[in-house]
Design a protein around this ligand. Structure first.
Ligand code: ZN
Length: 285
């Protein structure tokens, strides 16, 4: 009987933790895999305890779409506006005013996603660096936070950021690197975004150690949906598509790795994201 009670309380605690307020700081909600059921995806996100989503804008078209989508529900949605390194070649000097116009939309709370990706190398590296530098300038001119992407390009990425001089707050989104790389980012004053990569026992297990060393006021959570479905989800969803309603699973794994409750991690990561993206006004209105 006592055991039953303890088990019941554990389940209750788990579920109450699973409904702690969370903010998904990186969701590719304009992706066409959401075209058929975006309203239902948003409803499931709310039911799972999410209080806000920051929609990633990762190309000129994508940034405009993300801002437009954010305008449909200003209390629940905001957007970033940037050009991902994969699309770096589309950001020519002539296109800068177009990106600048989206960055001036009040629904846009950060510049990016921008950075360097030498893993795929879809765009020439010189184009990637140029697009990255331009976006850091646009962010600085507006004092907008920056949503950063880096893959297999750590040294150049750090070099570009350091050469850029003083910047607004920056988050290394979907951090997948080593503890040493995380330490470098923290010393540089960056925030760190953790996705369901940490739930992947094949390539993300090292992050279980890394997240123990990230101060709570620098740590934010994201799904990066539709990508990176957490592999630890039980039961496994029928589709491989990731969505904001699965963010509590990322929170569960990160909280366990840090030796804290889901509720505590939810509270700190939500406060951190609210501060980072300047969402305070939303939650007070
Ligand atoms: Zn990214």
């Amino acid at each position: 009987m006592l055991q039953d009670e303890a088990a019941k309380r554990r389940v209750q605690r788990y579920h109450s933790g699973m409904h702690s307020p969370l903010i998904d700081i990186g969701i590719n909600l304009t992706h066409d895999s959401f075209d058929g059921d975006r309203t239902a995806v948003l409803a499931r996100a709310r039911a799972a305890g999410l209080v806000h989503l920051v929609i990633t804008g990762a190309s000129l078209d994508g940034a405009e779409q993300a801002a437009a989508l954010a305008r449909t529900d200003p209390a629940f949605l905001s957007a970033t506006a940037g050009v991902h390194p994969h699309h770096a070649s589309e950001l020519t000097r002539a296109q800068l005013p177009r990106l600048a116009a989206v960055l001036d939309d009040p629904r846009v709370r950060a510049a990016g996603e921008c950075g360097l990706d030498y893993f795929r190398d879809y765009a020439p590296r010189a184009d990637q660096r140029q697009a990255f530098e331009w976006q850091l300038e646009l962010a600085r001119a507006r004092q907008l936070p920056v949503f950063l992407h880096q893959r297999e390009a750590h040294a150049d990425f750090v070099a570009v950021l350091k050469a850029a001089g003083p910047l607004p707050p920056c988050v290394a989104h979907c951090f997948t690197g080593t503890r040493a790389e995380a330490e470098t980012y923290l010393e540089m004053g960056l925030w760190i975004g953790i996705t369901g990569w940490i739930c992947d026992e094949r390539r993300g297990a090292h992050l279980l150690e890394v997240v123990r060393h990230i101060p709570a006021d620098r740590l934010m959570l994201e799904t990066d949906g539709p990508y990176l479905l957490p592999r630890t989800l039980q039961p496994k969803p029928a589709s491989r598509r990731n969505e904001p309603a699965f963010l509590p699973e990322v929170a569960r794994v990160v909280a366990a790795a840090r030796g804290e409750s889901i509720a505590a991690l939810a509270a700190s990561s939500t406060a951190t994201a609210t501060h980072f993206f300047g969402l305070n006004a939303l939650f007070q209105s």
